[in-house]
Design a protein around this ligand. Structure first.
Ligand code: NAI
Length: 332
């Protein structure tokens, strides 16, 4: 099939090209721009559009794609909050995704943020290079025996449970569909309120939906323990960033680790180092010594990239050959 790949970075081209070696390889054309109403015309005449997390797959864009002959949107990611599934269904466009490619990648990055913040690795790195060997301000705490609250125990959350149990932490979970393996690992399911009030570290692994938008707002933060560590590697809008900033200013939130940000589409995945950051909320976040931000890189391991490329192309082949695909998303 003819596939228009949007938001292409050199690594996307590399891994998709390497994986495109089946009996009937697809015709891949790589476009750097993000998919939007302004760029959708690039896909005219393409059967398939391959999109990523910050591509705009809203109703207006889907209408343009359908008019140009596109029949499939193949997401090369797990999250699909950027897609209007109802509009896709109405227009007869199949939407497929990569439900799991490496939950380990995201879970391990979550652990990296926790360890970095706790042991102040981000600050120590700069101090040592500057010849400053003072330990003042670098005091951490033993993870052993601390309570970690995991919100959402699907594929990624479960691996976070496994890792944190490995540190001998007490793990509290919240999920409407409890995961028996998490219980076998020694985690305990509690209601959200109990988790938020009890945990020393709160980490988010649920999808972004209308129900979870700003799940962690000013009220939720106020219930958290003083000095709590908050980690979000899921989707930016799970947090009300302005409320988080107020709580960082008051010192109530002790540590914040983010791999995602509410308004990340204007920032992440681009080199903006020669520009002035226009987003004042993001700029304020960068001023706190106890905040570590990575630019949506939790998924970014070699293993995950290989799996993403293989599954994305496999989804397209399956649809081409059978008209069906197990990774098709239904309208919610
Ligand atoms: P999953 O679908 O396996 O698990 C999500 C879990 O969240 C499910 O068990 C579900 O029951 C639970 N859940 C849904 N609503 C909830 C709520 N209101 N409260 C508590 N739990 C709730 O998804 P997976 O693969 O574990 O991914 C989780 C999220 O991680 C994705 O939705 C995506 O947004 C994010 N993600 C981030 C990446 C990154 O690079 N930073 C990469 C991949 C995923």
């Amino acid at each position: 099939m003819k596939v228009a790949v949007f938001s292409t970075k050199p690594y996307d081209e590399k891994f998709l090209t390497l994986a495109n070696t089946g009996a009937c390889p697809h015709e891949l054309v790589f476009f750097e721009p993000r998919l939007s109403e302004a760029t959708a015309a690039l896909a005219n005449g393409f059967d398939v559009v391959c999109a990523f997390v910050n591509d705009d797959v809203s109703a207006g864009v889907l209408s343009q794609l359908a008019a140009g002959g596109t029949r499939v949107v193949a997401l090369r990611c797990a999250g699909f909050n950027n897609v209007d599934l109802q509009a896709a269904q109405t227009l007869g466009i199949d939407v497929v995704r990569v439900p799991a490619y490496s939950p380990y990648a995201v879970a391990e990055h979550t652990a990296a943020l926790i360890l970095t913040l706790n042991r102040q690795i981000h600050r120590a790195y700069h101090r040592i290079r500057d010849g400053n060997f003072s330990l003042d301000g670098l005091l951490g705490f033993d993870l052993r025996g601390r309570t970690v609250g995991v919100i959402g125990t699907g594929r990624i959350g479960l691996e976070v449970v496994r890792i944190m149990r490995g540190f001998d932490c007490r793990v509290l979970c919240n999920d409407s569909s409890p995961n028996p393996t998490a219980r076998q690992l020694g985690a305990e399911y509690v209601d959200l309120d109990t988790l938020i009030r009890t945990a020393d570290i709160v980490t988010l692994h649920c999808p972004l939906t209308p129900e979870t938008h700003h799940l962690i707002d000013a009220d939720a933060v106020a219930k958290m323990k003083a000095g709590v560590m908050l980690i979000n590697t899921s989707r930016g809008a799970l947090l009300d960033t302005s409320a988080i900033i107020q709580s960082l200013k008051s010192g109530h939130i002790g540590y914040l680790g983010l791999d995602v940000y509410e308004e990340e589409d204007d920032l992440f995945f681009e080199d903006l180092s020669n520009q002035v950051i226009q987003d004042d909320v993001f700029a304020r976040l960068l001023t706190f010594p106890n905040v570590v931000i990575t630019g949506h890189q939790a998924f970014f391991t070699r293993n995950a990239m290989e799996n993403i490329a293989l599954t994305t192309l496999g989804n397209i082949t399956e649809l081409e050959q059978t008209g069906k695909c197990a990774n098709t998303l239904g309208a919610q």
